[in-house]
Design a protein around this ligand. Sequence first.
Ligand SMILES: [Zn+2]
Length: 91
Amino acid sequence: MKIPKTLRTFCPKCKTHTEFSVSIYKAGKRHGARWGERRQAERKKGYGGQKFPEQHNQAKVTKKTSLMLKCKECSHSLQRKGIRLKKAEVA
Ligand SMILES: [Zn+2]
């Protein structure tokens, strides 16, 4: 699906409709030395270390794509709810 580069929507900071630039959300890089990563490594140690079930049988064929919007007036960013798409591109 092609997503427009800009769209007009409500900005909660400006309290009015403004132009937003659109980008696709990408998860940040994982850093092994961070506290959450070290805690998870500690949990997983030893016999029976997995603390929550790992999912093996995937029912869905698509992943959710969420959009990051950035206000052109005040550069406030907001995230749109994820929608299921096979392919998303900002065009
Ligand atoms: Zn704004």
